[in-house]
Write a protein that binds this ligand. Sequence first.
Ligand code: GLN
Length: 194
Amino acid sequence: RPRVGVLALQGDVREHARVLTGLGAEVILVRRPEELAAVDGLVLPGGESSVIDKMSRAFGMQEPLRSRIAAGMPVYGTCAGLILLADRITDGIDGQETLGGLDVVVRRNAFGSQVDSFETDLEVPAVGAPPVHAVFIRAPLVERVGAGVEPLATLADGRVVAVRQGVLLGTSFHPEVTGEHRFHELFLDTVRAA
Ligand code: GLN
């Protein structure tokens, strides 16, 4: 039974915890280094990445998170979580930092105020049929993808909205709010294999 954490500083923590519990994982809400040390994989939820960044530093979690990621812990980030996993971001606010790990450049709030939320169906070969019904909420976009990074999903115009690099997985959208469990299954498979 995989023992996984959800970083519980801010954001849609409960939604992820519910999906992971439903898939048979033991879920720990992670706020402190001791809790992080107890998990074999971690979900970074959607929410507001600049707030999660600030809180992770205030709670002394930035360094422990960075070193677990560097040591090969599987991580799945959705939306704000993808921003936190990115090595580089554009449009960060207020001295915003990331944890890093994913060799990508991510733009926050990339869809602007006109279409800041939308839903669409995406073909995602890594999770198979049927298409993924994806909900984007003030979503980020992956603007540049490093050599070792596999794009898992793109919008119709080719822009990248899901990526994988080794044990790290990131989506611009929120499977945890639509009953879509296949990305969490992929994450748990990675945790079991790690
Ligand atoms: N715009 C948010 C951020 O910059 C992300 C929104 C989300 O997680 N739904 O962190």
